[in-house]
Design a protein around this ligand. Structure first.
Ligand SMILES: Nc1ncnc2c1ncn2[C@@H]1O[C@H](COP(=O)(O)OP(=O)(O)OP(=O)(O)O)[C@@H](O)[C@H]1O
Ligand SMILES: [Mg+2]
Length: 272
């Protein structure tokens, strides 16, 4: 098959998500055992000099669910995620993961406890291969990585085909997949994603959300930050709306998607 026909056949998208069942045993499944909050954020405050970016917000992320934080530019969404993994030092409040306070721990310890962040702008190591990027995702682990590699390659067949390609030469959608796959290599219990759909073509956005749903179905707890409120609320069990550092509305994802205030402010200009 020529390269051209091959591209046409795949529609030049990031490829279908493979289905995986092994390797997620540590997560358990939705409905197995009593529901509990994996993450509990209380009165969290983040400041930059005199700027109050996050002004005392509280929310929960129940195990096995998708929770989304939506809101306009500058609302404080990234600051919230970054403070959870200690990339910003909170000015106050409490962040408990599996019941234990994690404010004060370093980023490595928090990652070791099972939280990982796919940062805004899908930062991959552009000069490293796909394979090397995936290995970097597991740098805190000393155990055997092969089964995890097999696992993410099953989930993202397109990355397997491209494992020796430099990450910088992947398409935007493929780089986003790599950023997610790399985060999964740390064997998290909860994955946080900061605007995974940003700057991607609508068809690729659909695929990213398909992956989010698929990962969640396999038991992963997800905290998703999005400006694409429509897609995020449709996928989420629970949603929170942030405005200038505060949570102004919350509710079940579907309920929020139908809320007139949310529709007016966030869904009118939805990209999908
Ligand atoms: N390192 C920083 N130094 C100073 N101010 C910052 C810093 N990072 C963020 N801010 C400010 O904090 C506020 C919240 O920013 P944040 O990045 O958390 O918002 P966001 O909701 O993620 O926005 P976006 O949707 O544009 O990504 C903004 O006013 C921003 O300018
Ligand atoms: Mg942001």
């Amino acid at each position: 098959m020529s390269k051209k026909t091959n591209e046409a056949a795949t529609g030049n998208t990031v490829g279908k998500v493979g289905s995986v069942s092994a390797n997620w045993d540590h997560l358990g499944k939705k409905g197995e055992g009593p529901a509990r909050n994996l993450l509990e954020v209380r009165d969290l405050r983040v400041t930059y000099g005199g700027i109050q970016a996050v002004r005392g917000i509280s929310f929960d992320v129940p195990e096995h669910e998708i929770v989304t934080l939506i809101g306009a530019n500058g609302a404080g969404k990234s600051s919230t995620l970054r403070s959870i993994v200690a990339l910003e030092k909170p000015a106050g409040g409490s962040i408990r993961f599996e019941g234990k306070e994690i404010i004060g721990l370093g980023t490595e310890q928090i990652v070791n406890n099972g939280i990982t962040l796919v940062p805004e702008g899908r930062r991959v190591f552009v000069n490293l291969s796909v394979y090397e990027n995936l290995r970097m995702g597991a740098f805190l682990r000393n155990d055997e990585l092969q089964s995890d590699l097999d696992w993410v390659y099953t989930l993202f067949p397109r990355l397997k085909e491209r494992s020796w390609q430099a990450a910088g030469t992947l398409s935007g959608g493929e780089q986003q997949m790599l950023a997610i796959a790399r985060a999964l290599m740390s064997r998290p219990k909860m994955i946080m994603m900061d605007e995974p759909s940003l700057g991607l073509a609508p068809i690729i956005v659909q695929e990213v959300f398909e992956i989010i749903r698929e990962i969640n179905k396999m038991g992963m707890t997800i905290l998703l930050v999005e400006q694409n409120a429509n897609m995020a609320l449709k996928a989420a069990d629970m949603g929170y709306v942030m405005e200038t550092g505060s949570i102004t509305l919350s509710g079940a994802g579907q309920e929020l998607a139908e809320n007139p205030v949310v529709k007016e402010a966030y869904l009118g200009k939805a990209r999908n």
